[in-house]
Design a protein around this ligand. Structure first.
Ligand code: PLP
Length: 372
């Protein structure tokens, strides 16, 4: 099944509805000639996502990054934002591009989310917000973080790009904090090709978001803010409507692949997996594995062996955001040792909804074959 160079297994593969289903969904878009600007598909998807994500307000965006940027700007923040370096660079860039200063706080060794025990030591009189990330779909310690945010009067915005559909004791993950950003990029569990959303219980914030993504325009002859353009188009909204019909099947299929990975890799000395969290319904967004010294092969060895076998994997997240050229002169990764250690050891293995169990076995064989 997996032979040198012949079969290429990608680390991810976008879920797609049947072609005919999508064509039917975009037919009215063609007939109406209404292609963007909060059209009918946009409105329909927003309503369906309010339902699916259990949110009072959903504001759709052209992508997750702009959703987070607009949200930080709509909150009118100034000063320092406490966040994690163990994330996709988008989180940090959104903070910087909103005129704010990121302050990196370390993560917890068990699930690599922001460590609430380390947050308060980072708070100064300039701190205005906390931006934690539900990394790999693992839910942050939402209660502890909420308590800190309340005590110090800080805004709390979650990067929930990885956490679509996740619930905690039945409560949808997007209902924590002041707002949450979801990404609907083609590589995410639920996608609109490119797209994203801010989810919030705050109606006034949602109104400001509507301005931020449409030039600040309130009518044909009025603009009230220096907004940009971050609207989701009708073709993307139609893709979202189709994918939402199948999302529970997509997640269940990912769950079967994850179960097989856990079966094969769960009890191997030197392999560290992120454990399921009590009370959390997962979305199986990623399958990260951390290679401890005891395993006998480094993360980079395994990455190379997989590549040799035509199997894609990703050093996700390596390097730490604070180690990128644009940030390394300002920040010191030694300040976040748990995140730095994880970045050196982690590899995410292929995971997508039509990944076959036989392929999971072949991937596991290759990983385990690296042991010396
Ligand atoms: C994907 C992602 C983003 C950005 O979302 P886009 O839709 O690609 O703009 C932000 N943060 C994290 C953690 C992500 O994985």
């Amino acid at each position: 099944m997996v032979q040198n160079g012949e079969t290429n297994i990608l680390v991810t593969r976008s879920s797609l509805p049947d072609f005919d289903e999508y064509v039917e969904e975009i037919r009215p878009v063609f007939e109406s000639h209404w292609l963007t600007n909060m059209g009918q598909k946009h409105q329909q998807l927003e309503a369906q996502l309010r339902d699916y994500l259990g949110a009072e307000h959903v504001s759709l965006f052209a992508n997750g990054h702009l959703a987070l940027e607009c949200c930080l700007q709509a909150l009118g923040l100034e000063g320092e934002v406490i966040t994690t370096p163990f994330t996709f660079i988008s989180t940090t860039n959104a903070i910087v591009r909103s005129g704010l200063s990121p302050v990196f706080c370390d993560v917890k060794p068990d699930d690599l989310t922001l460590d609430p025990a380390r947050i308060e030591e980072k708070i100064t009189d300039r701190t205005c917000a906390i931006v934690p990330v539900h990394v790999y779909g693992s839910v942050c310690d939402v209660e502890a973080i909420e308590r800190i945010a309340r005590t110090h009067d800080l805004k709390l915005v979650y990067d929930a790009a990885h956490a679509f559909g996740v619930t905690v004791d039945g409560r949808p993950v997007g209902t924590f904090g002041d707002a949450s950003m979801f990404s609907f990029h083609a590589t995410k569990v639920f996608h609109t090709v490119e797209g994203g959303a801010v989810v919030t219980e705050d109606g006034a914030l949602c109104e400001r978001l509507a301005l931020m993504k449409n030039f600040g325009i309130t009518g044909p002859e009025e603009a009230v803010a220096a907004g940009g353009n971050a609207k989701l188009n009708e073709f993307s909204a139609a893709m979202g409507i189709c994918n939402l019909r199948h999302i529970d099947d997509y997640i269940a299929a990912r769950g079967r692949a994850v179960a097989r990975y856990r079966e094969r890799l769960g009890d191997v000395p030197g392999l560290r997996l992120i454990e399921p969290q009590p009370g959390v319904t997962p979305n199986h967004a990623y399958f990260p594995v951390l290679f401890e010294d005891e395993f006998g092969a480094s993360r980079d060895d395994v990455f190379a062996a997989l590549e040799q076998a035509g199997i894609g994997s990703r050093k996700y997240f390596f390097p730490l955001v604070s180690d990128f050229v644009c940030y390394r002169d300002t920040y010191d990764a030694a300040q976040t040792p748990v995140a730095r250690d994880a970045a050196a050891r982690v590899l995410t293995l292929p995971l997508y909804s039509d990944l076959e169990l036989a392929t999971v076995d072949a991937i596991c064989d290759c990983v385990l074959g690296c042991r010396r």
